[in-house]
Design a protein around this ligand. Structure first.
Ligand SMILES: O=C(O)c1cc(=O)[nH]c(=O)n1[C@@H]1O[C@H](COP(=O)(O)O)[C@@H](O)[C@H]1O
Length: 224
């Protein structure tokens, strides 16, 4: 069975990203390249990583007016990522246009409430819902806009799946028992996230920050 783990290679260093991916590749289902990697290495860096043969999750969390996001997605088309993120808070038209601009094989998923935010953070930006209600609201909007799925914490994935049984659910911010949460606030274990309906798990520092990343990936896989 293919592992549901996408390892987040959050580094600006292309060689380090390649080394990490090569070390863990037998125990992950894909690699996630995000803003840190893309800002440093751009499209050519993504192409180099694609040579390793693992599916690529391009996590750029696009969030702008519909035309700008659609043009950015068009510019990424030839990279053919397996998964691409946009912010669901960008609204229905932005999500519709992003999906229309993406290659057919790419799952376009909407980031709902970042796993680094809690209810107080939402209040401070003027959102009067708690994270759970806000994820449910954005899940419905993303489904109606024709996206393939969404990104949420493991605390909300069960409720999101109830609203959207056919959705593709990406759960980051997972931590093994006793794992350091760091800047993540709505944390669950990988096993719990899968039980509750996650399609894939995004795991960064628990693997990349480990002394032996391969062993860490294997240990997490063994809990699934
Ligand atoms: O879209 C994401 O992948 C994402 C959404 C979210 O709400 N929270 C979140 O942590 N992420 C990403 O998931 C990864 C989590 O990394 P670790 O906290 O190191 O496991 C990072 O690459 C984040 O950019």
């Amino acid at each position: 069975m293919t592992s549901p783990i996408y390892v987040a290679l959050d580094t600006p260093d292309l060689e380090r990203a390649k080394t990490l991916a090569t070390r863990v590749k037998n125990h992950v289902g894909g690699i996630k390249l995000g803003l840190e990697f893309f800002a440093a290495n751009g499209r050519s860096g993504v192409k180099e990583m694609a040579h390793l043969g693992l599916p690529i999750f391009l996590d750029l969390k696009l969030h702008d007016i519909p035309n700008t996001v659609a043009k950015a997605v068009q510019a990424l088309r030839d990279l053919e990522p397996a998964v691409l993120t946009v912010h669901a808070a960008g609204g229905r038209a932005m999500m519709e246009d992003a999906k229309a601009a993406a290659p057919t094989g790419t799952k376009v998923v909407g980031v709902t409430v970042l796993t680094s935010l809690d209810e107080d953070d939402l209040t401070s930006i003027g959102v009067q819902s708690d994270p759970h209600a806000q994820v449910e609201r954005l899940a419905t909007l993303a489904r109606e806009a024709g996206l393939d799925g969404l990104v949420c914490s493991g605390a909300e994935v069960k409720a999101a799946k109830r609203l959207w049984p056919g959705g593709y659910f990406v759960v980051p911010g997972v931590r093994p028992v006793n794992g350091a949460a760091g800047d993540q606030k709505r944390v669950v274990t990988p096993r719990q996230a899968l039980n509750d309906g996650a399609s894939i798990l995004v795991v960064g520092r628990p693997i990349t920050g480990a002394e032996d990343p391969d062993l860490a990936a294997r240990a997490i896989e063994a809990t699934l």
